[in-house]
Write a protein that binds this ligand. Sequence first.
Ligand SMILES: [Zn+2]
Length: 340
Amino acid sequence: MRDLARLPKAHLHLHFTGSLSVGSLGDLARERGIRVPATLLDGDPLRVPATQRGWFRFQRLYDAARACVRSEADMRRIVDEAAAADAAEGSVRLELQVDPTSYAPFVGGITPAVEIVLDAAKAASAAHGLEVAVVVAASRIRHPMDARTLARLAARYAGEGPGEVVGFGLSNDERSGRTDTFARAFRIARDAGLAAVPHGGELLGPDHVSVLLDELQPDRLGHGVRSAEDPAVLADIVGRGIALEVCPASNVGLGVYPDLAAVPLRALVEAGAEVALGADDPLLFGSRLVDQYEAARSVHGFSDAELAGLARSSIRASRASVGSKATMLAGVDSWLAAPA
Ligand SMILES: [Zn+2]
């Protein structure tokens, strides 16, 4: 068996504060004198019976963690540590997702908040030897006008390389808000050349995936796993060439599936979907990028050739330049060609 930490891969679904390690969150909380729920620092905060998992518990803990991030230095630390952790796991391309809104009050507004993240992403790319680009995400629980403001801001920094904005997302509780009211924000983002990467098909099923496809015209779906429940919807995703950012540990942590074996990873791949494995929020789900590939191997029986296929999918679904993708894909071939 080949070392999965040496398999070149792109990480397309990782949230800003959620990327923190438990130790670093503890540091930030201590420095600020902020009390955070003990479960956040004990590790495995969502390791509770399946019936007690779920979105609201997750959101409460995420908000508590986010409240510890209160300065430019904190924000730079998060990006640098996320990049270092990713690089150590064979990630050659990280597209880090951030909603700048909650950090804006501490750094003078959403524009400086985005610029700090982009500058830190550029510096971290050079320091750790991977490409770190950024996805700006709006929140479903805010007014669609806020989403349009963020889309216009994201458009100003559009690009494909390190320290540039490559996508526009829509996060938070999938059941909140009306998807069609965010269509204009996504049009602004798409017109600027950004990838449309909303969350969906995790807390809600294939019916909502169809709405997302029609209203937001995504290039990738954050999760999208529950499209496996309707072959027609899954075929539609494959036909439109929409990639799925599948985060198995997150699905289990939120109680969408009872265990890793129930995540329909193989069904999605066999249907022809382009699947990019992601960690979502290591802080809360207790596992990072390479753990998702380990799960594909140990739980779903993926061979090394199939794991290389997942890595290729992640690279193809990224917004890296044509030249970067060619180099990254050649790295995957080398990994597979080397003796096990
Ligand atoms: Zn997510």
